[in-house]
Design a protein around this ligand. Structure first.
Ligand code: 1GP
Length: 248
């Protein structure tokens, strides 16, 4: 079964997915074995790798090291074409739908094709919607685009729906790494009501209560990065989540 088929199956069965995001820029490769052991015994179902500004070779080295220690799918969540490596299992082929920078709507994708040709990566077209999380995020700076205001719910819904109508297979609502507050529950609920494709939510989630709110509002998959970078004891905290027993 492909990564995407597994995500669809989980959505259908109401099983909640959880990805730990590792930013190669903020991670010491020597810590890989110990960190991935914690990931393996946690509620995590996926590992995402990516960052807004990452040195070319570091993603590949890190992915190769991670693959030695886990059977979880390793999925690239790239900030740039340079982060694409065949060592991973899958790639979120992201379109920054909240912005109007053609480079992040089609330009980078064209550049990526020469790297993807002949690769075994499972490429998953994903709509990426940046929503104001209370701070100016790295995504916003790097892509030179603005997040959609969290008060502008209709625009967020219409943006996500347009992505689905364009054929995207996943929709990612993003408050940005290190956001002051995560995507609001009302936004997740309303987007969920409109979409048929699986919904990913991330950015600023640092507590079990925020994690459960995201799931209860309709997120099929939640992504957490910063909370683990700041304190790995978050792995123990999330084991108390209601969703722990639902690990695939
Ligand atoms: C960022 O959504 C992810 O792209 C995760 O955000 O680092 O705030 O958990 P955090």
């Amino acid at each position: 079964m492909t990564i995407y088929q597994n995500i669809q199956k989980a959505k259908l069965n109401g099983e909640k997915l959880f990805a730990v995001l590792i930013d190669p820029d903020k991670f010491t490769i020597a810590n890989t074995a110990a960190f991935i052991l914690k990931v393996n015994i946690s509620i995590a179902t996926h590992i995402f790798i990516g960052g807004s500004t990452v040195d070319e070779s570091s993603t590949e080295l890190l992915v190769q090291e991670i693959k030695k220690h886990t059977i979880l799918p390793v999925i690239l969540f790239p900030g740039d074409v340079s982060q694409i490596t065949n060592a991973a299992d899958g790639l979120l082929f992201l379109s920054l739908l909240s912005g109007r920078n053609p480079e992040y709507l089609i330009g980078k994708h064209v550049e990526a094709v020469s790297k993807l040709r002949g690769s075994n990566l499972e490429v998953i077209p994903t709509g990426y919607v940046l929503i104001d999380g209370g701070v100016k995020t790295a995504v916003s700076k790097v892509t030179n685009t603005e997040a959609i205001s969290n008060g502008n719910i209709q625009t967020i819904i219409d943006t996500a729906k347009a992505g689905e109508l364009l054929g995207m297979k996943l929709m990612y609502l993003e408050a940005g790494s290190g956001a002051k507050y995560p995507v609001f529950e009302e936004i997740i609920q309303q987007v969920k009501n409109e979409l048929n494709i699986p919904l990913i939510v991330g950015g600023g989630i640092k507590s079990v209560s925020q994690l459960e709110k995201a799931y209860n509002s309709g997120a099929d998959m939640v992504i957490v990065g910063t909370a683990f970078e700041e304190d790995e004891s978050f792995f123990e905290e999330i084991q108390s989540s209601l969703f722990y027993t639902q690990k695939l």
